[in-house]
Write a protein that binds this ligand. Structure first.
Ligand SMILES: Nc1ncnc2c1ncn2[C@@H]1O[C@H](COP(=O)(O)OP(=O)(O)OP(=O)(O)O)[C@@H](O)[C@H]1O
Ligand SMILES: [Mg+2]
Length: 248
């Protein structure tokens, strides 16, 4: 019933979301292939975060969302997490008095079940090593700088053992060096853990570096999807979003 891409992990079919009379998303249809990084860009208010909120079950929606062959459109956030989708937030959302380690531990309780007899704490330490947080594992969220807050959100998300990771502007507000470190981490998550990733980001040079394909949203509608080259050469995208110097 749902088209021919056998490797697809996610498909949205005419997904829509309105807030009162305002249409934040309209007829958004796209597929994500297993193992790819899909970048999403678009002006402020384009509906990027709203799209993540409907995929992750935080908001209801019209249309269908199919994940791993299962229609998850009506699932709540905890069910969607169990299915294998995890996300981070545009503005860090953490438990202020809990440590980095505890954030990752909470993730293990919500995601795909851990095989019986497996030592969760060892697994968490492996993950914190991978992300670069192990030396700070006992630090409390409120005392962390923005970069470590973002990494802690990532650790909590990855500790649910997702198949699909949604990253909402993960490098916004970071220094150039931190941006580089975070991008390397995204590359490692793809290469070493085989994660499929959708990442929202405004800066085109960053997106073209990490994404296999890009989708541009504008006023809740998908205006283009394709390889970075295809998107870069789309006349409408250039006119309304990129401008002539977008890749400078
Ligand atoms: N919970 C909500 N209630 C009412 N309106 C909302 C809600 N969430 C989002 N909106 C509106 O929906 C539109 C899309 O918002 P959204 O946050 O998805 O945009 P965005 O593309 O993520 O923008 P940005 O780049 O600024 O993060 C905006 O007009 C926003 O004001
Ligand atoms: Mg947003």
């Amino acid at each position: 019933m749902f088209s021919s891409n056998d490797n697809k992990i996610l498909e949205t079919i005419k997904v829509g979301k309105s807030f009162g009379k305002m249409s934040a998303l309209a007829d958004v249809s796209f597929e994500v292939t297993m193992g790819e990084v899909l970048g999403i860009a678009g002006p402020n208010g384009a509906g990027k975060t709203t799209l993540f909120n409907v995929i992750a079950g935080k908001l209801d929606n019209s249309g269908d969302i199919v994940f791993n062959g299962k229609n998850i459109s009506k699932f709540g956030p905890h069910q969607i997490c169990k299915e294998g989708i995890a996300r981070t937030f545009q503005i860090p959302l953490l438990f202020s008095t809990l440590s980095i380690f505890e954030h990752a531990k909470i993730g293990t309780k919500f995601g795909l079940s851990i095989p019986a007899g497996k030592d969760t704490d060892d697994e968490i330490m492996e993950l914190l090593d991978f992300i670069g947080l192990s030396s700070k594992k006992h630090e409390i969220a409120d005392n962390l700088d923005l970069f470590d807050k973002k990494l802690t959100m990532l650790a909590a998300a990855v500790s649910t053992k997702p198949k699909l990771l949604l990253l909402d502007e993960p490098v916004g507000g970071l220094s150039p060096r931190e941006i580089n470190d975070y991008i390397s981490l995204i590359e490692k998550l793809k290469e070493n853990l085989g994660l499929t990733i959708i990442v929202i980001e405004h800066l085109m040079p960053i997106l073209t570096r990490i994404a296999d394909r890009l989708m541009i949203l504008e006023s809740g509608r998908q205006i283009c999807i394709g390889t970075p080259n295809e998107v870069r050469n789309d006349p409408y995208v250039r006119e309304v979003y990129l401008g002539e110097n977008a890749y400078a």
